[in-house]
Design a protein around this ligand. Structure first.
Ligand SMILES: Cc1cc2nc3c(=O)[nH]c(=O)nc-3n(C[C@H](O)[C@H](O)[C@H](O)COP(=O)(O)OP(=O)(O)OC[C@H]3O[C@@H](n4cnc5c(N)ncnc54)[C@H](O)[C@@H]3O)c2cc1C
Length: 338
């Protein structure tokens, strides 16, 4: 019997295992054969990432210091954001996996869970038991489904990687309702260029046409937004499984790791008190909401507005934003209070 089973060896599950394994027996279950693959993430992060994982040139592809935003009417808004990094997600995930000593069972798919005084996880390789289960199993979380915990919305995230070398110092963003109800982007990756976008029903054909793309490598994933309930008897949801994502950008790495820290503290307390009840584990959700809940709520409001606006209204909103860009330049990409 394990103390904790974590389903999902993505960055959030691996980081959580590292936080817990000093005091508890941890088993990580991962359905894929290789850690970090397939990649379905741009890996654009602020320097806040290095609060959790020491910066390492091995998985940093490029650094940018701003964003150029294109309004539907062709006007441009330039924002300064220093120290934003484009990381290689496969390399980052492998780096995290190399730092933990807990057992990671790859090629193992969690199929069903049952919870009484302990948790039983049925997989294609047998049944495993623990006191606590953590669902770090991403946007299509089977753990979240077990509790019928659904995010408010889930968008398509699609990426086309081309072989164009690109050492620009800024990312580019486009808003255009004719193409997507979300956003399109171009990210310089040093030896490559990434074209991507998110939105309901956004497809590769639309991306291809908008950017005039020919040869590219495809990557895609789902982006959940608007977190559901994240604590249950003997169980927590963390990361994309909990939709702990910034609704304005689809970025989830820094928020997932922030919540993994809070989960680790509360799981450790639950073992000290021998209390794995929903009423005790509720403090996990109260604490993560205190840290990032306000930003997520504001992001969901902005997302709702963007969905209702037409191109003329978006252009007007961006030209108003241009007038207060000195304030926007000062905003931290992730947190309200650092
Ligand atoms: C197109 C796109 C671009 C993005 N760009 C950015 C970005 O630039 N910056 C940023 O911060 N975030 C970005 N994100 C979001 C980011 O990828 C996620 O927030 C991050 O991967 C969340 O990590 P996680 O560990 O919670 O989930 P995941 O990385 O999804 O890991 C979940 C793991 O669980 C495993 N799993 C799932 N189900 C099971 C099961 N039943 N049994 C066993 N294992 C299972 C999966 O194989 C996977 O390894 C992007 C997302 C998309 C789709």
């Amino acid at each position: 019997m394990q103390d904790v089973i974590i389903i999902g060896a993505g960055p959030v599950g691996l980081y959580l295992a590292k936080r817990l394994e000093k005091r508890l027996r941890v088993l990580v279950i991962e359905e894929d054969k290789n850690i970090g693959k397939p990649v379905h993430c741009s890996g654009l992060v602020s320097k806040n990432l290095f609060r959790f994982v020491k910066q390492d040139r091995a998985w940093i592809e490029h650094e940018v210091n701003g964003a150029l935003i294109h309004a539907p009417n062709g006007k441009k808004l330039r924002l300064k954001k220093r120290n934003v990094y484009v990381i290689n997600r496969a390399g980052f995930d492998k780096h995290l996996a190399n730092q933990i000593s807990s057992r990671i069972m790859k090629n193992t798919r969690a199929k069903r869970i049952s919870i009484k005084d302990t948790v039983k996880v049925e997989t294609n390789k047998g049944v495993y038991e623990s006191r606590i289960l953590v669902g770090c199993d991403g946007s299509n979380s089977m753990v979240a489904r077990h509790f019928n915990a659904k995010p408010r919305e889930t968008m398509n995230g699609i990426i086309a990687i081309t072989r164009e070398r690109n050492h620009d110092d800024f990312v580019e963003l486009w808003f255009d309702k004719r193409v997507t109800d979300g956003v399109l982007w171009k990210i310089p990756r040093g030896r490559k260029t990434e074209y991507g976008g998110m939105g309901n029903n956004l497809k590769f054909n639309a991306l291809k046409e908008f950017f005039g793309l020919k040869d590219f490598e495809k990557r895609a994933g789902r982006i959940p937004m608007g977190p559901p309930k994240t604590y249950f008897n003997h169980c927590l949801l963390v990361g994309d499984a909990a939709a702990q994502i910034k609704p304005w950008s689809g970025g989830g790495l820094v928020y997932g790791l922030t919540c993994a820290d809070i989960a680790a503290e509360n799981i450790t307390k639950a073992f000290k008190r021998n209390d794995f009840s929903e009423s005790f584990l509720k403090r996990y959700e109260q604490e993560w909401k205190k840290r990032i809940g306000g930003r997520i709520k504001a992001g969901m409001l902005a997302r709702g507005m963007l969905k209702r606006m037409n191109n003329a209204q978006i252009s007007l909103a961006l030209s108003s934003a241009n007038r207060v860009r000195f304030l926007m330049n000062k905003l931290d990409m992730d947190y309200l209070v650092k």
